[in-house]
Design a protein around this ligand. Structure first.
Ligand code: G3I
Length: 348
């Protein structure tokens, strides 16, 4: 074969090879996210995935130093009946964190979703509702005193237009239930850091401004609120970096610890019939890096950390919830690191 033919064949083979491997990233997981970072890097874990999937557990052990239970601490699982608490799985996670020097963030005490039937069907007057509300918060916070460093005390209490959501808690307890949730949690564990947690704060300025002034007003009245959980279920196109930067700035300016509490970056938000390709994965990687670079600008006293909402694409809530193909996390279905894992690590 002439030299010319030989180099054409090599070039063709290279093109063919790179096409068939179009989603490969040349990225390996030799390093560790949290070892590359000056602030904690966390992950959300579902008990079963963590307990029975050694790939998930190994990645968690090596890459993350903060844990949020994706579902285990929610009311329907942890407090399934009025006098019944299922401590088993939550305790096991807490013991794992203690033995392995991982921070445990509690998610979540008061939310309008994943409520057990006994709460949804509870018949009682205002004082009886107040009693179950207080007991729910204080029994759980008290149980994990000294083990859970921080709590999402109230989750997603605002509508997109910035008004208070008309959740069952608001209906039964009145507009000031948020204040009392924080007070009860603080009473049960004065050392725990207390967060308000919500979504779209980075993309919806109206909601962000209303949440901020509502929380500022509580703080002004001496209610202990230490931080804000900015969930950041975002996508490769949105929000723009200026919005993310403004969000971090707005909350740190008023002395809130900032926890990027549920980060994932969807690739297919408008549910197209896509094939995953290198270009999409590269765009996702740039967005992960952008979030970290903007987070690095926050004064270090307010950096509570970045938590990724799951280990692998296979475990993500997004394809299930929205019934679409998507790949929002740092590890692929085979628990191999994606380009975004490496870009994020470099950006920390
Ligand atoms: O536990 C039951 C199980 O008994 C049953 O067999 C199975 C059948 O569907 O469902 C199991 O419950 C599921 C639960 O996850 C635990 O796996 C629920 O159906 C399912 O709806 C639930 O989804 C969770 C969702 O919150 C609930 O609203 C997702 O995993 C979780 O990622 C998601 O997380 C929320 C945050 O808490 C708050 N911010 C938004 C975020 C995404 O929605």
């Amino acid at each position: 074969m002439s030299i010319q033919y030989k180099s054409i064949s090599i070039a063709l083979l290279t093109i063919l090879f790179s096409c068939s491997k179009s989603t490969e990233s040349n990225c390996n997981d030799d390093g560790s996210l949290y070892n590359s970072s000056s602030y904690p890097i966390g992950v959300a874990l579902n008990y079963d995935e963590f307990k029975y999937n050694s790939k998930n557990a190994n990645i968690t052990q090596k890459q993350f130093n903060s844990i949020t239970a994706e579902n285990t601490f929610k009311a329907d699982l942890l407090h399934p009946d009025i006098d019944t608490y299922n401590w088993l799985e939550a305790d096991e996670l807490a013991t794992y964190c203690k033995l392995n020097d991982k921070r445990l963030h509690g998610h979540t005490l008061i939310w309008h979703q994943q409520l057990p039937d006994w709460i949804l069907n509870f018949q009682g007057n205002k004082a009886e509702w107040e009693n179950i509300f207080k007991l729910h918060i204080q029994t759980i916070v008290g149980h994990f005193k000294g083990q859970v460093e921080s709590w999402d005390v109230v989750n997603e209490a605002f509508n997109e237009d910035g008004t208070l959501r008309n959740s069952i808690w608001r209906q039964k307890l009145g507009n000031d239930y948020i204040q009392r949730a924080f007070e009860y949690a603080h009473e049960a564990d004065p050392d725990a850091l207390l967060f308000y947690n919500d979504y779209n704060l980075e993309s919806n300025p109206t909601k962000r401004n209303n949440v901020l002034s509502y929380l500022n007003n509580l703080k002004f009245n001496d209610v202990t609120i230490d931080g804000i959980g900015i969930q950041m279920h975002i996508n490769i196109d949105s929000p723009e970096s200026s919005q993310i930067a403004k969000t971090f700035e707005d909350f740190s300016k008023y002395d809130y610890l900032i926890h990027v509490s549920e980060l994932d970056i969807a690739i297919n938000p408008s549910n197209k019939d896509i094939e995953l390709n290198k270009q999409l994965l590269d765009r996702q990687a740039l967005k992960y890096a952008e979030v970290a670079e903007l987070y690095n600008q926050i004064p270090s006293d307010f950096q509570y950390g970045i938590t990724i909402w799951g280990v692998s694409d296979k475990d993500s809530w997004i394809p299930i919830q929205f019934k679409r193909k998507d790949y929002p996390l740092l590890f692929d279905d085979d628990y191999e690191p994606k380009t975004c894992y490496c870009k994020l690590k470099d950006a920390l």
